[in-house]
Write a new protein. Sequence first.
Length: 414
Amino acid sequence: MAQLDLRRKLAVLADAAKYDASCASSGTSKRDSSKGKGIGSTEGMGICHAYTPDGRCVSLLKILLTNFCIYDCAYCINRASSNVPRARFSVDEVVELTLNFYKRNYIEGLFLSSGIIRSGDYTMEQLVLVAKTLRIEHDFRGYIHLKLIPEADPRLVEEAGLYADRLSANIELPRDEALHRLAPQKDVNVIKKAMGDVRLKVEAARPGKKDRARPPKFAPAGQSTQLIVGADGAPDTEIIDRSASLYAGYGLRRVYYSAFSPIPDASSALPLSKPPLMREHRLYQADWLMRFYGFSPPEIGEAAAADGMLDLAIDPKLAWALNSRAVFPVDVNTGSREMLLRVPGLGVKSVDRIVSIRRWRTLRLEDVGRLCRGVDKVRPFITALDWTPGGLTDAADLRARLTPAAKPVQLSLF
């Protein structure tokens, strides 16, 4: 293969990395160079590429070390049999790019993945060497997210956790049989074991109350994974169940969802068209309900269609509320926090403000409107000092009233 210049490599390997969604940089410990030591920071602003849960906008250099791969996963654009331009960075090139981009305020950190070259051990060794060089030789204090190679030696995984803020190993598909069928060179049990080992090391690195010496930090931002949506026929309820088990079993910080995108020269085992992006969005909303609103997977599934798919027209919280009208309305002045979190239109911050303020005054509907984005969606599901919904909660046309009207679409001129 002809030698490629650095700019061309960056174009190829940044484009190849776009299919991995698990690149947010939330939850890490704070490091900075404000005292004149080191380079970089885990705080700050730059080019907007991802958002943290607290609303910060962060930027990451998101690349593959190489898109050469000895695996032939049917759903992957970088599979061995794929006819795509190939490129490979050296360790020094990735280090140089990261430092130069940071100094120009383009990025706040690095997300580094790779195709499998030679073997899992060799690939993981190269990824770790990038992080180690940045941390040790250049005292880089920005964010580093490394993709795990599950079949790599556990000692390499352990070393990766010492230099990276977050680690991730992608489960890829909701159904184990689909992974075996579409990616026969991958073993779901090996992936799970690697994720389990990371969880044990993350927990071991948390200092106990009586510990005099703090243990070395290990992946302080935890680990994440990704599920491809729409490649294996799994319905939304099955995907949600799988996510819940991953959170419970491996202590994940995030499960990311990536809508399947058809690729050139694809296998006949894959769908011909991609799922609607709204489906991906609904799964993220359902994931949020499980993590922050106390919903269980069966509760979210109650409002799903018979085929297990979430409603694309309305969000899953509203769908559940319309399907569970017997528990409403909730009194904002006396209702429990758990029930207030289930009111459509009320977020976690709004509910916490309501619970705090009602200790000092009795809330009216107008007060609730000030504490959330608006009362139109909230009104049918609450009572306040000066408001009761009457028959509105059980109105036959309530869904139609709360469903947003279709946005106008610009017609094509050609």
